[in-house]
Design a protein around this ligand. Structure first.
Ligand SMILES: [Zn+2]
Length: 385
């Protein structure tokens, strides 16, 4: 089959086209694979997701390329030989072009300034990543980001072309693969030359803001997360809204939210200290009221003590009783949680019997068992009395 003419190579800013249907065959998965004589639909290629849109009135679900023939996956068949009109989702395409060109600028600058190559690229719907075979620190990345945005503001022209084999031999360009056929060069005047099959904006000014977000160590190098153009604007809006809401919630000036959050965390930490001290004195007060006995002690505790405090309490009380000390929290409706301790009785031996008596479940060591039960308070009190 003849190669599909790649209209997006020459007309990256066009969104509508007419083409003849060369073939339309079932794809074996309930859909149809349509081949056209030419297309504006960029296939999934080189780490970039395919264009979406409409072809002959039906939605284009996916676009892929095999041996220079481009296949459009559609839900309904299109008549072979007919002329169809196609329309790509240009909003989405433009965002991709902004991001992809932004990546070329950044990758070109990293290569020029630090000698590291771009070895991986992914451009999906919400995220763009670029991988490099060397490590850059925060300061170096800031420099690259500044230079990249300067290249945007300087409005360099961009063109994609297929040089002849002889021309290609004399060209210096970046490339992930060692290709010698159908090599398309995307040249950003004065900034970068790179082998690339994807559509790009025609001027760096169209890229808009380039923002490097995260940098993580990846396969001995780094992976950068970036946003350009409208995606960078959307990201800025979302982050601004987040910090605005935080600023209102913590009553801090918008440009001082981080400081405000630090203060809040300090407050929380000192409050935690105060609460712990209060719990300790509350427990001491309660313990004072409990008289020593040779028998069992059973108390119901609803002062909002946490599990650790309750365990400490049980350990203290068991020193004052000759039998079993049981601490319950909860109520008759929702059931109770218990901690049972003893200095004299092996609780592992008695756990079964105790659980049976209070309709409970739980276990632990010979000195302490924990669990929950559904018996009513009166029944529990009666059992331990
Ligand atoms: Zn590229």
């Amino acid at each position: 089959m003849d190669k599909t003419i790649r209209l997006f190579d020459q007309l990256p800013s066009e969104s509508e086209f007419e083409a003849r249907v060369i073939s339309c065959l079932p794809d074996g998965q309930g859909k149809y694979a349509v081949v056209l004589d030419k297309t504006l639909f960029f296939p999934e290629e080189g780490g970039q997701a395919c264009d979406t849109g409409v072809l002959g009135g039906v939605e284009v679900i996916h676009v892929c390329e095999k041996e220079r023939v481009i296949y459009h996956t559609v839900a309904e068949p299109l008549a072979e030989g007919s002329l169809v009109s196609g329309k790509i989702d240009f909003c989405e395409r433009f965002r991709k072009m902004q991001n992809h060109t932004g990546e070329h600028i950044v990758s070109g600058l990293i290569f020029k300034n630090f000698g590291f190559s771009n070895v991986g690229f992914h451009l999906g719907k919400d995220i763009m990543t670029a991988d490099f075979d060397g490590v850059l620190d925060g300061e170096q990345l800031l420099l690259i980001e500044t230079l990249a945005n300067r290249a945007v503001f300087e409005c360099h022209s961009i063109r994609g072309y297929y040089p002849s084999t002889e021309e290609l031999e004399t060209l210096e360009y970046r490339s992930k693969l060692d290709l010698c056929e159908n090599v398309r060069i995307v040249e950003i005047e004065g900034v970068d030359k790179c082998a690339c099959c994807a559509p790009h904006v025609s001027n760096t000014g169209q890229v808009g803001l380039i923002k490097i977000l995260e940098c993580e160590k990846y396969k001995g190098g780094i992976r950068l997360y970036m946003k350009c153009g409208f995606d960078a604007l959307d990201g800025y809006r979302a982050e601004y809204e987040q910090s605005r809401r935080i600023s209102v919630a913590i009553s801090a000036r918008h440009d001082e939210v981080a400081h405000g959050v630090d203060r809040l965390l300090e407050d929380i930490s000192s409050l935690k200290g105060e609460i712990a001290a209060l719990k300790r004195s509350l427990m001491a007060y309660k313990l004072e009221k409990i008289e020593a006995t040779d028998g069992n002690i059973c108390i119901f505790e609803d002062a909002g003590l946490d599990a650790v405090s309750l365990r400490n309490m049980a350990n203290e009380i068991k020193k004052r009783c000759g039998g079993i000390c049981a601490v319950f929290t909860g109520d008759d409706e929702g059931g109770y949680k218990y901690i049972i301790a003893s200095a004299t009785v092996d609780l592992r031996d008695h756990a079964k019997e105790i659980n049976a008596a209070i309709s409970g479940r739980g276990g632990g060591s010979s000195e302490m068992i924990q669990g929950s039960c559904t018996a009513k308070r009166a029944e529990i009190e009666e059992y331990f009395a």
